[in-house]
Design a protein around this ligand. Structure first.
Ligand code: SF4
Length: 282
């Protein structure tokens, strides 16, 4: 029998776990209502399929939501203020699974905007979390992803600024930008809103890679945080990237005694458990 070790902090982070539990609770307790999700709940097709089989209807915009006995789930990334306003007008009940860490950014941005400050968001302008954050300052934020982007902004010493960051931003990039900002004479407030979940998961994967003969990384092929875990593990040890245990069926584990397992932030527990059972029974 092989020894299988699961990394600390593998799989769902606190915010995704909370959101997925809330959504599941709604689906099983309100079977008479239609339950919509505004955007895919997470980037994991097996998990989304499981929820859709239970009745969840995924839509890209509120225009696709009909009238009637229904609820709308806001996913953990959060959304702009105008979505809440529109839901109120249309009397759509909201199940708000926005991660509390993202919610805190919305509050900072909204308060600062109302105080007349220019909001500067560090992150990817196309990411749903950033689109949502910008929607709490009337889409007036300046959005920059890299130090080069920030250097191109015409920062004005007469203005007041507030800086926030995408929760999953790379901390080194954030620090470089803050060093630059602090080197110029500006009236600027900085809120480090990066969430530690990503860093902690990556460190656990790196630590475990050093103790095992092979790593198995579970997660969507298009999940960027999963692919980052694959890269980290590969730097240390042989690494297999899979979406489900099915992909392990043709792999020869004879040369490996100790197998490490980790998973991306959108990989559900049941897929992780299924993989561990398969490996333990080799
Ligand atoms: S990564 Fe952090 S901010 Fe994002 S959902 Fe998870 S806990 Fe919340």
């Amino acid at each position: 029998m092989k020894k299988v070790i699961i990394a600390d902090n593998a799989g769902f982070c606190f915010g995704v776990k909370r959101a997925m539990n809330m959504a599941w609770e709604e689906l099983i307790s309100n079977e008479d209502k239609k339950v919509y999700a505004l955007g895919p709940l997470i980037h994991n097709k097996q998990a989304v399929s499981k929820y859709e089989e239970k009745g969840l209807i995924t839509v890209d915009s509120m225009e696709q939501i009909e009238e009637g006995n229904l609820e709308m789930i806001i996913r953990s990334h959060g959304v702009a203020k105008k979505i809440y306003d529109e839901a109120e007008i249309r009397k759509i009940d909201i199940i708000d699974t926005t991660c509390p860490f993202v919610k805190k950014i919305h509050q900072i941005v909204n308060k600062s905007y109302n105080e007349g400050k220019q909001v500067l968001v560090l992150g990817d302008k196309d990411h749903p979390e950033i689109i949502g954050i910008n929607g709490w300052c009337m889409d007036k934020a300046i959005i920059a992803k890299t130090l080069e982007d920030v250097k191109k902004i015409d920062l004005n010493s007469d203005k007041k600024y507030i800086v926030v960051a995408q929760t999953t931003m790379n901390e080194k990039e954030f620090e470089k930008i803050i060093d630059y900002i602090n080197s110029i004479d500006l009236n600027i407030e900085i809120e480090n809103t990066i969430c530690s979940a990503t860093r902690v998961r990556q460190q656990s994967a790196r630590d475990l890679s050093e103790k095992v003969d092979v790593m198995v990384v579970i997660g969507g092929k298009h999940s960027s945080n999963t692919q980052k875990l694959v890269k980290i593990c590969k730097e240390v040890v042989d690494t297999l990237a899979i979406e489900t245990s099915e992909e392990l069926k043709n792999i020869d584990f004879n040369n490996y005694e100790t197998i490490g397992v980790t998973a991306g932030a959108s990989t559900p527990d049941w897929i992780i458990q299924d993989t561990i059972s398969y490996l333990e029974n080799l």
